[in-house]
Design a protein around this ligand. Sequence first.
Ligand SMILES: [Zn+2]
Length: 76
Amino acid sequence: MQRCAIKECINDTVEGSYCTEHATAFENIEFNFKKWKKAYGEAFSYEEYLQNLTNTPKVGRNIVDVAQQLIENQST
Ligand SMILES: [Zn+2]
């Protein structure tokens, strides 16, 4: 078992690089990005979408964790 890819998370991974909670958050992010694209077309990149998530007060903690981790991954 490996630790979840989210630095602050103490859970083990289930499959892929996230624990159950963060895997669910990741699925939500991907799902919502498809809806977002339908609404805004190509006006926003995936990274801008992720940035927006981290700046939106109502977004859940797990989603913000995963979004921040994805942004870090993209910039390396
Ligand atoms: Zn986790």
